[in-house]
Design a protein around this ligand. Structure first.
Ligand code: NAG
Ligand code: NAG
Length: 765
């Protein structure tokens, strides 16, 4: 299986002739840059941690946060402003008890808030681990935006068993529907008795069958959603997403984890004679996310990590986005698969999985299924039953023994929409934003990883809507300490992303259009659905602005069609640099997009033909430009750096190289005894410089090599000793008249400060 995937990832065609998604993001932004220039805001509370629960409240403009011993209310506009806090520790007795039971007093015997829901117009409902003593309480938040009330009502604190986990390491999945809480959680101290549980509200609590591995087998709950099935609320269903040890896997193959989707009816009240206060409508199916291998065996991503329900106009048919990783310790990979409600419902209407006895295989159940078909809700829509208590015994018995469906739910398009393998990270969370662009709607995926980064991905149709292309737009380091992202929320209204980790909460705008560049072509090539060229700059695309001014083409990203007004070669920045004959010269040119390919052309004189720069052992391509070793007189001329991306080539930089001879620098030293035109003392500098070339200071060359050959581009700010960076961002200090010539010692080639300070002899330019 592993070999199959490796083969697959190395072969040029994945699946149906699809190229593997590019591993390189178009842009990579580090924490300091995001913080200094792109509105990244961070919130941390002293003596707390583990910001695992984020609850977005658009109406109140608040972000409610559940953490260790604390609840926070932050401003959605700026999480670093006007925070309100509630201190909610576990009582000392519970902490001592917890400690006696062998748990760590500081990392486990605390109150870790795990559940936070909006309860009614004035209150939230919150649950925490309470030092292995789960507890829930109401939190008063006021009715209006201006209300500054944020108060925990501990007089009405309740037992949190079956709602919050005991162990802070465990996750709980829950959803509040009406006044009832549906949760998937371990209900005991040892974390062995897992259940899908309904509590709160006025109806009796109800749960899954206990100690039956066919129902649940060491599950890890991931998420829960409430989805209406028709206009009739009696058909409403609750869907649970989890992963568990697969019962249907043949014994002897070891434990295998499968991703699952489980369903129950909202109006399930249990059976009358059997399955009393147990679900009678519980069914589960395998959720498949896999890629075909070359040898016919599929590679499965079975470790379900997170699910995001993208609401569409039709409330009954949201899109289910799920992220998975592989369970193999050898092979590291993560994937995103999308499921439709139609496919999910089809699996629950398909054959049941059946096992005749301990020594039998799981097969598709072919005999008669009792009526009403297990899994159907008692309602007027599909039958005549008004309560699950009225279901015939035969139905209840069948349901009890057949919770598993035979057919799995396959992803839309039969394959992942985004896949990364052999990357140093695993996906942990996902949030999706549906964005209106000039040529349609796009779902932009924000994927959190276990190293504190967020990937921004958009899926666009290639030729048709069945053949999609994934664009990895950005890789953003939002947590300085690379801690795993444990929660992710989007505010479409405010165009902000919120993320939680063990160490902090972060807030970042969903887009940074200006960063793509100052030309229409750059904006267009980015293919970011949030961004369009407005005639002057790359800015947020607004669907209601006049068509005449905006340029956007997410689907094709073709600047030839859109950017006719772009400046041509005349306005491409031109720089001059000097190379000393026999030494090396570095022509630096780094495109903004990490996905662009750089192309160099060379022209000896303006009248000479342009030709591509030929690479050999003397002319070497590096990550950041080309290195000319042992510069010769014939190397002088104009070097033009182009970026090629998505079939479009644009000039980035013109570098005019002048070569200075070693014997004598005819162009440098003016004839006669007249005052030199260049900086005074230039001759002295030049002599010093040559010495330096002969005896470079210890370590200087190492640094150059490090910079030239390092696979990861170092930040432009860290300036190496040699050679000077030539990009506009990291320009060496300009020389002024009378400046200490010594300053230039460590430079082998350098930019001319200004044209008139260059050598005096006529250049062909
Ligand atoms: C957010 O609030 C902090 C603290 O008041 C302030 O320093 C920062 O400038 C604010 N940022 C924005 C973008 O408003
Ligand atoms: C919301 O629920 C709380 C807790 O049950 C209750 O005290 C409060 O009155 C309710 N508020 C409204 C507006 O119903």
């Amino acid at each position: 299986m592993i070999r199959a995937l490796l083969l697959l990832l190395c072969s040029p065609a994945v699946g149906a002739g699809r190229p593997p998604p590019p591993a390189t993001p178009r842009l990579k932004l580090a924490f300091p840059e995001l913080r200094a220039r792109h509105g990244l805001r961070v919130y941390e509370l002293e003596r707390s941690c583990c910001y695992d629960v984020l609850l977005l409240d658009e109406e109140r403009g608040r972000l409610f946060v559940g953490a260790k011993n604390h609840l926070m209310s932050l401003s959605l506009n700026n999480i670093s402003q006007k925070d309100r806090k509630i201190y909610w520790p576990a009582p000392v007795e519970w902490r001592e008890e917890c400690n006696w039971a062998g748990k760590d007093i500081n990392t486990e015997c605390m109150n870790f808030v795990k559940i936070l829901h909006s309860y009614n117009r004035t209150h939230l409902y919150a649950c925490g681990t309470g030092a292995f003593h789960p507890t829930c309480a109401f939190v008063e938040v006021g009715q209006h935006t201006e209300d500054s009330v944020f108060k925990l009502d501990l007089r009405r604190a309740e037992d949190g068993k079956g709602k919050s986990p005991y162990d802070p390491q465990h996750a709980a999945a829950s959803v509040l529907v009406g006044e009832e809480l549906y949760s998937g959680v371990a209900t005991d101290l040892m974390g062995r008795d897992f259940t899908i549980f309904r509590s709160l509200g006025s109806r009796p609590s109800i749960r899954t069958e206990q100690h039956d591995s066919r129902w649940l087998n060491e599950p890890k709950f991931v998420d829960v959603f409430w989805v209406p099935e028709s206009e009739n609320p009696d058909d409403d269903k609750i869907y649970f997403f989890f992963r568990e040890t697969a019962v249907e896997r043949q014994q002897g193959l070891g434990k295998t984890s499968f991703a699952r989707i489980g369903q129950i009816c909202r109006n399930d009240v249990g059976g009358q004679r059997s399955l009393v206060n147990k679900w009678t409508t519980f069914l589960k199916a395998r959720l498949v996310c896999s890629v075909p291998g070359t040898d016919g065996a599929d590679t499965h991503f079975d470790e379900l990590r997170d699910v995001f329900l993208l609401q569409t106009r039709d409330k009954r048919n949201p899109l289910v986005y799920a992220i998975f990783s592989t369970s193999s310790s050898v092979f590291q990979g993560s994937a995103v698969c999308v499921y439709t409600m139609a496919d999910i419902r089809r699996a629950f209407l398909g054959p049941f999985a059946h096992k005749e006895g301990p020594n039998y295989q799981w097969v598709s159940y072919q005999a008669r299924v009792p009526y009403p078909r297990p899994g159907m809700c008692p309602s007027k829509t599909f039958g005549t039953f008004s309560s699950t208590k009225d279901f015939p015994d035969e139905v209840i018995q069948f349901a009890r023994h057949h919770p598993l469906m035979y057919n799995p739910v396959l992803p839309h398009g039969q394959h992942p929409i985004f896949l990364q393998a052999n990357t140093p990270h695993t996906f942990t969370r996902i949030a999706v934003d549906r964005v209106t662009a000039a040529d349609g709607h796009y779902d932009v995926l924000f994927i959190g990883t276990d190293v504190g980064t967020v990937l921004k991905v958009v899926s666009v149709p290639k030729e048709s809507w069945h053949n999609m292309e994934e664009l990895l737009l950005e890789e953003l380091q939002i947590f300085q300490d690379s801690s795993p992202i444990t929660s992710l929320q989007i505010s479409s209204k405010r165009q902000q992303l919120y993320a939680g980790s063990a160490t902090a909460v972060a807030q970042l705008p969903l887009h940074r259009c200006g960063i793509y560049g100052k030309a229409c072509a750059e904006c267009c090539l980015a293919r970011d659905p949030y961004c369009a060229w407005d005639g002057n700059s790359c800015t947020r695309y607004m669907p209601n602005t006049k068509r005449r001014f905006r340029r956007q083409d997410v689907r094709n990203g073709d600047p030839n069609m859109l950017c006719s007004e772009d400046p041509q070669l005349g306005s491409v920045p031109q720089k001059k640099l000097y190379g000393v004959e026999g030494s090396s010269a570095f022509l630096e040119c780094v495109p903004k997009s990490l996905q662009a390919r750089v192309l160099w052309t060379y022209q000896r004189a303006s009248s000479a033909p342009k030709r591509e720069v030929q690479l050999d052992e003397r002319v070497v391509r590096t990550e950041r430009g080309i290195l000319l070793r042992s510069v010769q007189h014939t190397d002088a001329g104009l070097y033009l750096c182009h970026a090629t991306e998505h079939g479009f080539t644009q000039p980035l930089l013109q570098l005019l190289l002048e070569v200075i001879g070693t014997q004598q620098a005819p162009g440098l030293a003016p004839a006669g005894d007249t005052e030199p035109v260049g900086p005074p003392g230039r001759k002295v500098w030049y002599r010093d410089f040559l010495q330096l070339v002969d005896h470079p200071p210890l370590g200087a060359m190492d640094k150059v090599c490090e910079r030239l050959w390092s696979r990861r581009s170092p930040p432009a700010r860290r300036r190496p000793v040699l050679p000077p960076p030539l990009s506009a961002k990291a320009r060496p200090p300009n020389w002024r008249q009378g400046e200490e010539p010594r300053k230039a010692r460590s430079r082998r080639t350098h930019e001319a400060p200004r044209a008139e300070r260059g050598p005096r002899n006529a250049s062909p330019w």
